[in-house]
Design a protein around this ligand. Structure first.
Ligand SMILES: CC(C)(COP(=O)(O)OP(=O)(O)OC[C@H]1O[C@@H](n2cnc3c(N)ncnc32)[C@H](O)[C@@H]1OP(=O)(O)O)[C@@H](O)C(=O)NCCC(=O)NCCS
Length: 427
């Protein structure tokens, strides 16, 4: 197929430029606007990156109109059905599914890096104020890891970079569970290397005095599926933060902390907590129509609905709905589920939501599952950060391999023109 070309004319000078569209392997073409500044002395203006492709990437493909999500070409539905989180992490990072031998080596490496340095626990986790939010603890503890691994700065050495990637993926559940135990005043639980990745996390979360904690396999599998669904999501806010900080060649711990900080925001990874708070506030099915009316009047948001990219049912929400049924078989139904189902039913048939293409996103049902499994709401974003670490690091690795320039956008300056300083007495 011939390359699409666009001609841009500056109507004040008559000067024209030819801009070429770059063709992706799948999806819409992307216009290369690099010559604009050189040829015409103008920059492009696109706050929030509404129509800007910020980089070239071969990791995740999503088509928001069609509700499609693929990691390295594999549909999310197939990975959720047949794979596991560690295998998906390998896929994201390396581009291919591992052979049996590669998987064993990878799983062994991750398992044997789950322990954290005792000073990370004693000085950092246990140094926080008694009511610290676990997500704040996680962001800070991840950044603090960079002070323990000085070799992490050597990002040009693939072996050293790989070691940090393994450490981060392996230690994330340990830090996350440690933050939770501190929050609830329970003693820290060391990793159990006889358990798989997700079961080990559940052991560190819930173990009390038993010598060995064996989680319910249905719940461990459900959480593993949720980890797969959250492992990557193209150029979202947190990943963009990761790429921006990594483009400055910060070490992987500092860059991951920046990405996790972005995830902490309620417009991003904090939305599932907001969904539960909304459902609790609604309180009963009878109050659902009234709440929908308030949403339509613009007084409140329907949390867990709408997405910057998905203008169709989020494919992850569909899978999560099935997982919810399996979890509720074990835990008993979350009483908030009926309110959520009613909200979805009314919203999907109401013109306000239909015309704006507002559908349930990944956060609409995930909080209900986490809550039924016993996770406090403060842990919800932490549960998102654990698997997303693989995606963030895959993007950092890709960016370094592409040897990209530092991220440095331009701006449309709207401040005052130059003026003279006025001494304080004369103001
Ligand atoms: C995710 C989100 C930030 C995307 O925002 P966005 O792409 O900038 O979309 P916009 O804010 O431009 O929304 C488009 C329209 O839909 C409305 N809208 C978007 N999300 C809405 C929601 N959850 N409830 C009610 N109205 C919503 C907006 O008010 C706007 O209406 P308008 O055209 O009359 O002004 C937004 O949908 C949202 O805040 N959702 C709730 C939080 C959430 O679930 N986040 C998790 C995302 S995975």
């Amino acid at each position: 197929m011939a390359t699409r070309q666009f001609t841009l004319t500056d109507n004040s000078t008559g000067k024209t430029s030819t801009l070429e569209a770059l063709s992706p392997s799948v999806g819409p073409d992307v216009l290369n606007i690099a010559p604009l500044a050189k040829d015409h002395g103008v920059y492009t203006f696109d706050p929030g990156f509404m129509s800007t492709a910020a980089c070239e990437s071969a990791i995740t493909y999503l088509d928001g109109e069609a509700g499609v999500l693929q990691y390295r070409g594999y549909p999310i539905e197939q990975l959720a059905e047949s794979s596991n989180y560690l295998e998906v992490a390998y896929l994201l990072l390396n581009g291919e599914l591992p052979t049996a031998q590669e998987y064993d080596a990878w799983s062994h490496e991750i398992t044997y890096h789950t322990f954290i340095h005792e000073n990370v626990r004693k000085r950092f986790l246990e140094g926080f104020h008694y009511d610290a939010h676990p997500m704040g603890m996680l962001v800070s503890a991840v950044a603090a890891l960079s002070t323990f691994y000085h070799d992490a700065k050597d990002i040009d050495n693939p072996e050293i970079l790989h070691k940090q990637i393994v450490r981060l993926i392996a230690k994330m559940p340990t830090l996350a569970a440690g933050a939770h135990r501190f929050m609830v005043g329970m003693p820290f639980v060391y990793p159990d290397n006889t358990l798989d990745f997700t079961s080990n996390f559940l052991s560190m979360m819930w173990k009390v005095a038993e010598p060995h904690y064996e989680p319910n396999p249905v719940l461990a599998h459900a959480l593993d599926v949720l980890f797969i669904l959250h492992a990557d999501h193209e150029q979202n806010c947190g990943t963009t933060a990761m790429r921006t900080v990594a483009s400055a060649h910060a070490d992987p711990y500092s860059a991951t902390a920046a990405a996790a900080a972005a995830l902490y925001g309620p417009r991003h990874g904090g939305a599932n907590e907001a969904v539960i708070r909304m459902l609790m506030q609604i309180g009963s099915i009878d109050n659902v129509p009234g709440y929908i009316e308030r949403v339509k009047r613009g007084e409140v948001l329907l949390q867990g609905f709408g997405h910057r990219v998905y203008k169709n049912y989020d494919p992850r929400a569909r899978i999560i709905k099935q997982v919810a049924d399996e979890v509720f078989e074990v835990t008993g139904k979350n009483p908030l589920l009926d309110i959520a189902l009613k909200l979805e039913e009314i919203a999907l048939s109401d013109d306000y939501f239909v015309s704006r293409k507002l559908y349930p996103n990944v956060d609409f049902y995930s909080g209900l599952i986490y809550q039924a499994m016993g996770f406090p709401m403060e842990m919800f974003t932490v549960l998102f950060a654990i698997p997303r670490t693989a995606g963030w690091l895959a993007h950092m690795k890709e960016l370094l391999e592409q040897d990209l320039k530092i991220t440095r956008p331009r701006q449309l300056y709207v401040g005052p023109e130059v003026r003279d300083y006025v001494g304080i007495d004369a103001r």
